[in-house]
Write a protein that binds this ligand. Sequence first.
Ligand code: FE2
Length: 274
Amino acid sequence: MRIGFIGDIVGRPGRRMVRQFLPKLRESETLDFVIANYENASHGFGLTEKNAKELFAAGIDAMTGGNHTWDKKEIKGLLESMPLLRPVNYPEGVPGRGVRTFQVGEERLAVVNLMGHYGMPMVDNPFIVVNRVVEVLRAEGVANILVDMHAEATSEKRALLMMLKDKVSAIFGTHTHVGTDDLVIDHGCAYVTDVGLTGCRDNVIGMDAKVPIERFLTGLPGRFEVPDKCRAILQMVVVEFKEGRAVSAYKVRAYGEGEVERTLKARIEARGEA
Ligand code: FE2
């Protein structure tokens, strides 16, 4: 199966990029299933019902969240009625689900949404929780397992790869909005530290640069705004799974001006001793 994974969609420019490019990319990259991170999709904070419908209509099949999942109140209902996830390591009793299994052609695909610890809300230990979740999925016979690791610290993401590379098919990082160039397939597990944002590629992490500059100059708080006019980008990792292992992966960058580039063909690390 061939999967597209789009990083954090930030505000209207991000949604516009998904509408502009995803229908064509589903065809050209022969994608069977598309996942995206929604937590900044509605004006940079959370997800509204209207925007969720817009993104699903553009060709997304399932969406993951993060620390900003809760920014719009209506999300609690949407987590039940739509194929949306929130991090699995929130404590018991929190609305929504952090694991969902989908039928993709003849096969099953599990999507796990996980959140790191560093600089994040106080949630359960992601490493302990994900071990438990992956064991259950494997016991149920689900071979294709994709993890969205929503985290600030690169070390947490790398440690997750080292811990799970034999047990899951892909680990893709989100949250920093800055795409990294370390796409790799290690022991059949596709990995990138951060997929990078879909939205304004200028400014600061998709937000109007004026506010963060002022915050850094003065130390005073300020409300982030998504600029309406900007140079935009869509960033997506394409990965192919065979019998639960990643066999190829690369990155697609589509620019608002119309150009599409395929880049970062994943290095496949040999299995066994280095
Ligand atoms: Fe986040």
